[in-house]
Each structure stands twice: as structure tokens, then as C-alpha cells.
Design a protein around this ligand. Sequence first.
Ligand code: NAP
Length: 458
Amino acid sequence: MTIATIDPTTGETLKEFTPHTPAEIEERIAAAHAAYLELAGTTFEQRAGWMRAAADILESEVDTVASLITTEMGKTLATARYEALKSATGMRHYADNAERYLAPEQPVDPAKAGASGLSVRFDPIGVVLAVMPWNYPLWQAMRFAAPALMAGNTGLLKHASNVPQSALYLGELFERGGFPHGAFQTLLIEGAQVAPLLDDRRIRAATLTGSVAAGASVAAAAGRNVKKTVLELGGTDVFIVLPSADVQRAAELGVTARVQNSGQSCIASKRYYVHSDVYDDFAGRFVEGMAATTTGDPRAESTTFGPLATERGRSDVHELVEDAVAKGATVLTGGTLPEGPGWYYPATVLTDVTPEMRIFREECFGPVACLYRVDGIDEAIERANDSDFGLSSSVWTNDAAEIERLGREIDAGGVFVNGLTASFPAVPFGGVKDSGYGRELSDLGIKEFVNAKTVWQA
Ligand code: NAP
């Protein structure tokens, strides 16, 4: 893929970048390794100071950064601004909590291990490669960067090829905050250049957020080299509505759940399973809400959501809709490609979706919801779990027994009750099955890339 900023509202190429040469890549790996050795001599307090200074810089530049994100991938300016500020919050979270999260632990009384002293330390492991997607250009990368740097690791970011300027901004931000040169850098390289980097002994691990294919490729290269990976991949999250739910609220947030970020969110709800007792009420409100959204200029305040980020992304979405319609799905709203420039796609609701349609199983990375009627909680859970993915879920009920059961039986990395799935710095995030493994955020996230080292003393 060409590394370039292409405006999704017009399709115009605004800026192209030449990929780094092998010599430039080597220079950055060497700097990352040297910075790791330098960070070993620093304290949590020093690193927290630099992290907070970098967060201050980001906050002071929020309008410029938000505009850059909107230009590169088309989300509304308001949501880009929110993303930049959320990233700064994530940085402060790890500045404030990393030392506590990584405090040495004593798993048992040392006498039980035949020791006079026993502790488990959480030491950094070195340079970590981070392969990141364009849909939240800052926040996705920050979820890795902030904990990694606070743990004392260094990072090399291979960002998506369509957000190079966001990537370059991130590649300078931490050094501007005070971190040593090389602590966090951007590599301008293409996807195919990633796997060979795992052969370099200075790169100790990798994290990837993106598609299943990209994740499998990076994990295979890491596996050959006995290096750890964390994978945050796709999802076809469910939105389950049961009779005791506040249907009006569920329908309102059900729309947000599907159209947020123009539908290009791994944790966007994609499959809606609604109990037959409340189906008509929910469907009426939900379809009306989806039809009332507006897609258009991401800089206009009246716009609900902007264009899709890439031309290919839009054609992938429309192909899934066309395939479903050709095989008998009913379009309740949307479903047609708008005329004119820009990669816009309307909020779309499909029903009568059956297993032979691709969208029944595949992830649709755009504002298209599939609406299904179910006869009870058993069927809702069974159909929710009949998926290759298991990222998160949003369930709507006020029945305590149902809440307990959904929490236990839904096979996913998250169950959000009477609310949307969202990521919070202090709350673990990640999936099961094809949605990946490992966790980001919280104490679990920072512990993914550390050496849990036992120190035993006779
Ligand atoms: P993608 O094609 O997999 O791209 C993601 C990143 O991987 C980009 O930096 C891309 O670089 C790189 N890449 C692509 N092929 C690669 C390969 N063979 N080896 C190494 N790197 C490779 O994903 P996308 O379609 O743009 O992004 C959407 C996907 O990400 C969806 O499936 C979505 O659900 C998932 N996602 C998951 C989460 C989560 O937290 N679980 C969050 C956000 C998105 P290039 O741009 O140069 O190709």
C-alpha cells in the first residue's frame, strides 16, 4: 500500500511519503535499542514526568492534531478531538499508576518456597514492535505506547499506510516530552516489510491491532523467533435486547454503537439480536434512528459521521450488502452508494440475513447493522457465540439473573450491560477466538510486555 495522506472526502492525494530505506530502518532499530538501555537507568518518577509533559503537549495541540486525524481518515472533527484528549488521559493514567501496577509481588510466604526472601519483579524486555490500524490513529497506538514506555520498554511504530502524518506526529511526541531519543519512533514501511523485522534479535516482541490476516502473519514471524505477541483483531460484536430492557435507550445507543467512527470500530455492535416481545418496538425506533443519521463533511457540526477511510473499505462494505441483498436480505434503510466524490456510505439496516450470506459471519467495517429476532435468552446466547470472533458485547436487560448469565456465558472479552462497549485506560480490553489474545490497558496491559522475574534468596 502506498504510504500517503489521501483525503477521504474527495479521494485526492494530499501528500505521499517514501518508505524508509533499509539503512534508515537499521538506524531506528539501533536507536530504539540504545534508548531501552538508557531507560534502564531511569525511575518511574522520571518517566512519569516525561509522559505527563508529552500529554501536556498533546493537549495543547489538540485542535491541530484533531484536524490532521480528520484529514487522514475522515472521522468527524469532534470525535477526533475526543480521541486526542482521551489519548492524553491514557498517558496520564499510566504516568500515575505504572509504578503501582508493576510493584514487586510476593506470591507466597518465602518459607513456603524454602527461601528467606522471595519476590517477583516486573522488568522491561526491550524494543517492542507495534503494528497499528488507522481507525483510531492516536488512541490505538497510545494504548500500547503509554504502558510500554512507563514499563521501561521502547517502541517502534508501524502505523497504517493511510495515516502517515499521525504516525510521524506520534513518533516525535515522546521525545518532545523528554524521553531519550529513540524511545518511541515511527517506521514508514509497508505491511509486507513487517514480518522480517521479527528476525532482528533487538526486537523482543510485537503487538498488532488490525485484521486477522495481518495478525496471523506477524504472530507466525514472531513464533518462528520465539517472541511474544499480543493481537487485537476484528469483531462481529452482538447487541442483545431482552424484554426488561429500556427499549428506547437501547435503540438510541444501538444507533451510536453501529455508526460510531463511521462504523469502522472493532467493538462496534454489528449483530442485533432482539427478543420477539420487544422486537417491533426496538426495530421501529432503531431503524428510524439509523435513517435519521447524516453522513457528510466531517468538519461540519451537523454531521453524525464522516466518510469511510478508504475507497477499498467502502467497496468491501458495499459488496457485503450487495451479496446479502442478492441472497434475499431485506434493506430497512440505507444500502445504496451515494453519488459524488468522497467515500460516504449511509447507515444501513439489513434483516432476513441468513447463514449463506457473507455478512452473517464476516466482519463488516462500516455502518451496516444486521437485525435478528430471537425467542429467548437461550437463543440469543447461542447465536451470539456462533461466531469466529469474540471481542465484546453489549447486552440490554434489567433482570439480575439474566445479567449474571450473560456475563458468564457470552464467549467474548467483554460484556457491557445497558451501555456501549468502550475502552477505558483502567479497564482490560481484548478478545478471544479470532478477535485475538492478550489484553491492553489496565494493569494487565502493562504486564504483557515485562519479564516477571523471580528473585529467590536462600
Ligand atoms: P489491517 O489491514 O490488518 O491493517 C492494520 C495494520 O496492519 C496496518 O498498519 C497495516 O499496514 C498492517 N498490515 C497489514 N497487513 C500486514 C501484514 N501482512 N503484516 C504485517 N502488517 C500488516 O487492518 P485494517 O483493515 O486496516 O483495520 C481494520 C481491522 O482492525 C478490523 O478487522 C478491525 O476490527 C481491527 N481492529 C481491531 C481492534 C481491536 O482492538 N481488537 C481495534 C481496531 C481495529 P498497511 O496499512 O501498510 O497495510
